[in-house]
Each structure stands twice: as structure tokens, then as C-alpha cells.
Ligand binder design. Sequence first.
Ligand SMILES: Nc1ncnc2c1ncn2[C@@H]1O[C@H](COP(=O)(O)OP(=O)(O)OP(=O)(O)O)[C@@H](O)[C@H]1O
Length: 370
Amino acid sequence: MSLSGVTIPSKTSISMLGITISNNLSWENHVRSIAKSAPQKLGFVFRARNYFTFSHLVMIFKAQIRPVLKYCSHIWSAAPKHILKLLDSVQKRTILLVGDASLTNSLTSLEHRRMIQSTNNEIILHNVPIVTPNCDIVCPSLSLHLEPGQHLLITGPNGCGKSSLFRILSGLWPIYGGELYTPKNAMFYIPQRPYMVIGNLRDQVIYPDTYADMINKQITEEDLRKIMRLVHLDHIVERDTFHEVKDWTDILSGGEKQRMAVARLFYHRPKYALLDECTSAVSIDVESHIYQSAIDMGITLLTITHRPTLWKFHTHILQFDGTGLWEFNRLNHISRLDLKKEKDALLKKEDSIDRTQRLDELNKLLGEEL
Ligand SMILES: Nc1ncnc2c1ncn2[C@@H]1O[C@H](COP(=O)(O)OP(=O)(O)OP(=O)(O)O)[C@@H](O)[C@H]1O
């Protein structure tokens, strides 16, 4: 192969952004290179071990070595088991080096991140911890069982792990314990700030499908037009047509980008939609139409939102308390709205005697900031 007259030599593997990709996609070279560099770092720690306490050693492992073992693991974790075992042995050596089980118990096995199994329809989490890439455990053990039609509202204070749960469910983050079962290719994650692709308006709606995929699915431009009407973006089709290539990140407003992401959801019609504050810049009436349309299409919703107007679209609630504890219940949106009204009224009544105590109770019941 040549480019402008210069021959490009063929290679069996290339390194890009810290990942070694080989031409047979075996990931063996990459995993072997991690299995070489991580023990080297561990060797330095071993030589300096007398200068540190046990908890310092664990901290150094978490900050310096475990990130090497996990970097982009969702890309290469399909490597053969016998190769991945090389990485698990690094962690086992660390546990021996630290030698204090009470400190190393929190280092859940690296093997677990590969244990996502598929179901036909349900989402099942059994004692799954929510662990961030820094190895912070935001929730030690979460268990859930969701079936199609059980629309889940997820609430809790900032930083309690709501978005992290979505990253785990969509496979972006590995799991480190328990069991996770999800239906294959059935999750569609929409973040608060969706990504616009280079291309025309049609490409924005069908992403990550190509035009050929759209034709294969027998979806027509008329179908896309209907979707755009549902998300109140038909004026953009009138203005720019489906075929004009533009810089959509710049052209569309925040609310329009969010509605475009919902148009993608309606195009793909997955079993489950993971909605992470994805309509926060959309007006409340349009947002309600969008949620109703999603339910009418048979999409089961898992929603993180701060808007009480969306509660009525959900049947269940998962409420994190911010300390790692959680509750999963059926949602009675009417009684929850009553509590919210009581809280808002109390916030205005500064002279009430029992105000602080009742506000604390209401915040706990609603799972809101204390
Ligand atoms: N990529 C990351 N690397 C390391 N830590 C992260 C990462 N993303 C999130 N965290 C940490 O994980 C914890 C949970 O974050 P998460 O985004 O899940 O919270 P949240 O409940 O969605 O919060 P909010 O309501 O503010 O959106 C936070 O302490 C956050 O700092």
C-alpha cells in the first residue's frame, strides 16, 4: 500500500493510545506487555516495602499498578483466559506482598470484570459493587431484578454512583464482584451531553448505524421524518434536509442535541434505554411527550433525573443514600409528589419549629441532598 508515492510497510501490530492492536485481534501482545510492565512497578514497590505501612502499599497498588492492569480492559478483555490469568497473578502477588487480609479484601478479583452474562430480557444484578476506575467503592453491593415494562427511576445525592451504574450496565466499566446478567445488544445509553458525528443530518439520527444498515433494516427517510417530528426537530429537517453535511455540534443548541439523541433512541428502539439526565435542557412538555412515546414503543426506561414531572413514567425506584446503601421499591409517584410538595412548602416557612427535623426526614424519604 502506498500514500503519495510513499510505500507504507505492513505490520502485524500497531500501538495506539497505549493499546497494542494486532492484525488478528488476539490481544495477546497487548496483555503480555501489561503483564510485563505491571510486575516491574510491583518490583519497585517490593524493594521499598519497608518504608511503607500496609495501607500505603495498597494505596500505591491502587494508584500505580491496578490502573495499568485495567487500562481500556473493555477493549481487550475478550483475550483468551490463559493470557488474562497473567494479570490476575500480579494482583495475587500484591496481596501476598501486603500480607494484611483486612486491607486486601477490598481488592476484588480482576477475573470478575469478565463475568457479564446474557439473558433474554431481564437485567439482573446480584451483589455487584459499583467501583470507579480509581478503585473507589461507591456502593459495596447492589442487587436488582428488572423485567421489560418495569421503568426504573434512579435517585440519590451527587456522586452516589447513579451514572457509574449506567457505565457498568452498558459495559463501559468492568465489574469486580457479584453477578451481572443483561440482554445482549439491548441497552442504549444516552448521556446528558450526547455526541454528534461528522456527517449529514441522517447520520446523526442513525448513529452508530451506517446508511447501508438503515437500508438493510428497511427504514426509510419518511420513517426518520416521523421520528424527528416525535422529538420536535422537524424544523431542522425542513431547514437543512437530511443530506447536508454540517458541524452539528456547533449548529444544534444543547436542547436540540439532546432531542437528537432521543431521535437515535427511537430509531434503534432498544429493549432498555439508560437515560442519564438526557432531557435536562428540553422543555417539560416536550420531555413528557418524549417519555410517553418511548413507553408506547415498548422501550423500558432506566432514568436518572431531578425533575419530579418524570416520576409518573416510572414503576420502580432505586434510591441511593450517598453512603453506599440503597433501596429498591415499587414507585408510588403520587405519594412521592406529596412529600415533595410538603418539602417545598416547608422550605418557604422559615419560622416553623419542627422544620429542620421534618426536612431531614423528607430528604431521607426522597433521597435528596441533606
Ligand atoms: N471516570 C472516573 N474515574 C474515577 N472516578 C470517577 C469517574 N467517574 C465518576 N467517578 C467518581 O465516582 C463517583 C460516582 O460518580 P457518578 O458520576 O456515578 O455519580 P452520580 O450519582 O451520577 O452523581 P451526579 O448526580 O452528580 O451526576 C464520584 O465520586 C465520581 O467522582
